[in-house]
Write a protein that binds this ligand. Sequence first.
Ligand code: PAF
Length: 286
Amino acid sequence: MILHTIAEVREQIKEWKKQGLSVGLVPTMGALHAGHKSLIDKSVEKCDRTVVSVFVNPIQFGPSEDLDKYPRTLDADAEMCKNAGVDIVFAPSPKEMYGEGHIMSNDFLTYVIPPYFYVDKLCGKSRIGHFDGVCTVVNKLFNIVQPDFAFFGQKDAQQLIIIRKMVNDLNIPVEIISCPIVREESGLALSSRNKYLNPQEKEQALALSKILYNIKVCYDKGVTDTRALFETAYGFLTPAHSLEYLDFRDENDLEEKTVADDNTRVFIAVKIGNVRLIDNILLGEN
Ligand code: PAF
């Protein structure tokens, strides 16, 4: 069932709640791939009912980012959801979520701003206001769907950590379920933005996972100095790679690490051509 309005979703959710059914939410921007499917499968398995939201959220894109060209594939997304046992695909318009003219009008003025310490680093450093847009839309989706569980991928680990903090700080009654990164056999982490890569760039994109795996191998052999671990990346970078960051951070509060341990997550962002890719790995994971 594809629903486009908040009122329709609320009505259905009210019915389910009356019946005592648990509800899972998988928030997405569409262009669904196997990574999203793994979140959907988890929700369908765990919850009585599953809602997938498909909404390319304009307020989380910066003025020079890819909002207009972000892939929109609602028919294919709905088909995947149907086959996976999803109960509702919620696909609102920007007007439904933010009113007439959204950002510039009086229809929508209230934002959820995550703590500065969580956004002044990694993706937040170059994507100013991005996490304000993410927290605001996720909060709205939580209020509309009132899920018992919400499923997020570790691919966007900074986002996941910020959303957990928001849920905790604002006492939002939802349990956040964190799901592992899904990768191609080559190691490339699945992302809707991989669609932008030509074959040569896709080959070059393998550097991200190679750097992360190599750091993990070095860590497993006993190297814990993050400066030394950082330097192992150079061998994988070519002039085609523009490294935005390679950072070692605490898994829970994003504090920088100089000595790596099992709770250290290594974050990388690289631009290849016009495509910005991110990936990460937790050093303690098997
Ligand atoms: O991760 C995403 O796809 C988006 O940031 C989210 C969580 C759906 C909010 O728009």
